[in-house]
Ligand binder design. Structure first.
Ligand SMILES: Cc1ncc(COP(=O)(O)O)c(C=O)c1O
Length: 360
């Protein structure tokens, strides 16, 4: 094995207290490799929380598996362990992907050989606590992530067979670019079919369909490139200040928003900075989004409800639907060089938008 790659994988494994780390080109590829390494029969159901990143769901499709979804609790935007167990039983899931989202730590399933968990820790800094409860966990080093290396990802596991199978899959990707191209083609076919199968008239139809069709821009499989191990070694050699800086900004924003009546903050682990800052507004999200745009910020939509992929109606996910229209999603990167001033401005803008809406 390439010496630097081996060194970087060992350093990451040491820091995350796992026996094996396998580097990949991005978090999606890491999840694809970990799911494919489970060697489940084609079309087996894999359970995800209904609010998650589209590319995480694409990973299951590219591995020949069928994504299926579990509702989330409105207070945390995540399912509880009991929600996961119930949904996994109902959908006969053969694997589960508990997902740490927006600083909330995901609950996992009690580990059983019949239904292993792959922890999606893409939005975390990869502390040992984020990785527990799964046969493997995945990290992302993509732009804006806690460990932003401009790209990259990793599978972390204590299971030597799973690590070896992931390495084999990644070597296959590196040797044969057609593999990635054909996985991507299959993904597109699946997405277009699924897009067609959504009933027109569903509330979110237009948005969901547009999101499904545009996913070709983000569904990708890539092995780690040559520079990634070097970037990772450099990153691991100095203490990670990003998480601290983000946590400080998070506290500041939360304190400012707490002063505004009716703005909701999702429950978050006190030690975990969210990847993106997400909060709930009691009025149409569009009004708040427009007000924030006017001061130069670009809040993005939250990940589209993924239930369309499973052909499950919106009504099966009342928790996610309660959140879907009220969540505003800000990227830290947009808070600029003077985040304290920008946070104040964000809070004032939201307070004003809410006041105007209640007058109107
Ligand atoms: C929860 C989650 N899983 C997986 C991914 C995919 O990671 P990557 O963009 O590195 O492929 C992301 C990316 O945002 C994510 O938020």
């Amino acid at each position: 094995m390439n010496g630097v790659l081996h060194q970087a994988e060992q350093a990451l494994a040491r820091q995350t207290r796992c026996r094996y780390a396998v580097l990949t080109g991005n978090g999606t590829t890491a999840l694809w490799a970990a799911l494919a390494a489970l060697d489940l029969p084609d079309g087996s159901a894999v359970l995800y929380p209904v609010l998650t990143c589209e590319t995480a769901v694409n990973a299951a499709i590219m591995a020949g598996l069928k994504p299926t979804f579990c509702d989330v609790q409105p207070a945390t935007a995540a399912p509880t362990a009991a929600d996961l167990v119930l949904a996994a039983t109902r959908s006969q899931a053969r694997a589960v992907v508990p997902t740490h989202l927006f600083g909330h730590r995901a609950a996992s399933l009690p580990l059983t050989p019949a239904c292993p968990a792959i922890m999606d820790a893409a939005q975390t800094s990869g502390r040992p606590e984020h990785l527990m409860g799964g046969r493997a966990a995945i990290l992302s080093f993509g732009p804006g992530k806690q460990r932003d290396l401009g790209g990259g990802g990793a599978v972390l596991t204590n299971d030597p067979d799973l690590a070896a199978t992931c390495r084999g899959l990644l070597a296959g990707l590196a040797l044969n670019p057609d593999l990635a191209a054909s996985a991507r083609r299959n993904l597109m076919v699946a997405l277009v079919d699924l897009g067609r199968s959504i009933e027109p008239g569903s509330v979110d139809f237009a948005r969901q369909r547009a999101s499904l069709v545009h996913q070709h821009r983000i569904g990708y499989l890539e092995p780690a490139d040559e520079t990634m191990p070097l970037r990772l070694m450099d990153h691991l050699s100095h203490p990670d200040s990003t998480n601290h800086r983000r946590l400080a900004m998070t506290h500041f924003l939360e304190d400012a928003l707490r002063l505004i009546p009716r703005v909701g903050l999702l429950a978050r682990h006190p030690d975990d900075a969210p990847w993106r800052f997400t909060f709930q507004v009691p009025i149409r999200r569009d009004a708040v989004t427009a007000a924030l745009r006017a001061i130069g910020l670009r809040p993005t939509r939250l990940f589209a409800p993924q239930n369309a992929l499973a052909g499950q109606p919106d009504s099966d996910f009342p928790g996610a639907m309660a959140l879907a229209n009220s969540l505003v999603n800000l990227e830290f990167i947009q808070l600029g060089d003077n985040p304290t001033a920008t946070c104040k401005q964000v809070a004032t803008t939201i307070a004003r938008a809410l006041a105007q809406e209640s007058v109107a």
